[in-house]
Design a binder for this molecule. Sequence first.
Ligand SMILES: O=c1[nH]cnc2c1ncn2[C@@H]1O[C@H](CO)[C@@H](O)[C@H]1O
Length: 550
Amino acid sequence: MSSPKFADFAHYKQERAALINHDRSLRRDNPESKVSPSEAKADAIIRQLRLSENNSVWATEHEGVPHPFPGMEFLTGRNIILKTKLFEILAKMPKGALLHAHLDATVNAEFVLKLALEQPALHVRTAEPISAVTLSGLLPEFRALPKELFTNSEITLTDPSYIPGTWVSVKKARDTFDSALGGPDGFDKWVIGAMTINPSEGQSITYQTHNTVNKIWEKFTSTFTVSTGIIRFVPIWEKYIYEFFRSSVEDGVSYVEVRINFHPKYMFGEDGQENVPHRVWLQIFDATLNRFKADLKQQGRADEFIGARIIYSTLRYISVEDLDSTCEDCITLKQEFPHLIAGFDLVGPENVLKPLIYYAESLLRFRERQKELGIDIPFILHAGETLGDGTEADVNLYDAILLGTLRIGHGFSLVKHPKLMEMCRERNILIEVCPISYEILRLTSSMLMHPLPILMNNGLPVALCSDDPAMFGNMGLSFDFYQVNDPLHSPILLTYFLQVLVASEVTGLIALRELARDSLLHSTLEDTEKQRAIAAWEKRWEDFVESIVS
Ligand SMILES: O=c1[nH]cnc2c1ncn2[C@@H]1O[C@H](CO)[C@@H](O)[C@H]1O
């Protein structure tokens, strides 16, 4: 064994500094990054603040949280986070692009219920009468009905004589909800509970009865089943999309690439018929996007939002035959809306659904078809959202990369694969990381055990993303919030940036800058649009830095 040789202790210290420098030079926020004098000053202020809040806010006991720590699990630490000055500062940070979110899970559940109550066509039913005994286990099923099927009878969901499966108008169901079960408030609580993994209940659901990945996914999947009945109805779809854009901008996001599940062929039209095809969904998306941008422009805020595109998604349980026709549908939409369709993905619980290898041949054919037609719909695939090592979900990472994925959705198990890490670094494949999602879906228990720093410190590009903010119930507290333009009520991305910052002694403001910039750099925007988006973001970043130092 060779023993280390040092001329003296000064030499040791010199070697030590060189080793630390070399190690840190491999990080995404390496010390060579260009840093302006204002950024250096702002970074020092942030570091000082972090230190003092670690010793003040985080070192004391809080109600119900006797041993808090920076970077602790989000659901428990949320109220402490809200008390920090760091949070207040980061609320103003321009965060770049949101590259990974499922549209069905992006708008606050209370807002969705409010939209439902405004629509006379929307009805609700249950599989049994609701009573104190059945309430917590029963899911509401929502659907828009044609006018001739509207029900005006006196029947109510909480009446013991309710005939299972009878449709009741949503408003009526709420108004007549048994007072012993909380009346209308009890109705709201029941519906919202069915559409979310609620923060307070969530702690027990997530950490006790549903404390495994597959178990919590059962609850998670049911939230989609409930909310889809409301969202996929044209008069609501439009308002829902507008609210998604609005809340994204409020969270400091200036561009989004959102995954839309096109597995259902139709949504419900205003007339209550389920016959509205995909192209109309996109027409509405496009028109709403333009309306939102015009509204921002009118408020003199045009530079806060560049736009939105869609990652066409379907579910990982369809047959190969169905995938072939789904790919054709995606191509048709791309031809009609080239500016909207940004990529293609297959979604759903990876541990239990079909692996990518099952679809690989069809996916390769899809790429060939695109070449023939002269169009480009890159794969932006979910892969490795698992605790496994060598399981089908983990092995999906090999397929995603071989299939040429532009980015990887989640890649939670990527750090187990040295060759794949190298390939992602060399091919500049960005990893879409969703910290709170992993925690709630039981992949990790705190920021400190999160693979995010391993990815970043190995030099891989990363973007922080919100995934399913509405289901995680962390976007606002009451109906009132929608009247209050308060960024603290829409904090999901903001919280991620804060968690990244507080969970490391090395990471500072420059790492946050790189995360935000990388999200825009790795978007599917065309070069000129991308440059424009980055320039607008840089201007806002400078203002943000100035606001810290001044
Ligand atoms: O984290 C995730 N990984 C994989 N699929 C997801 C995740 N979040 C949501 N969905 C899927 O997106 C569809 C809604 O459009 C749902 O079917 C849900 O399974």
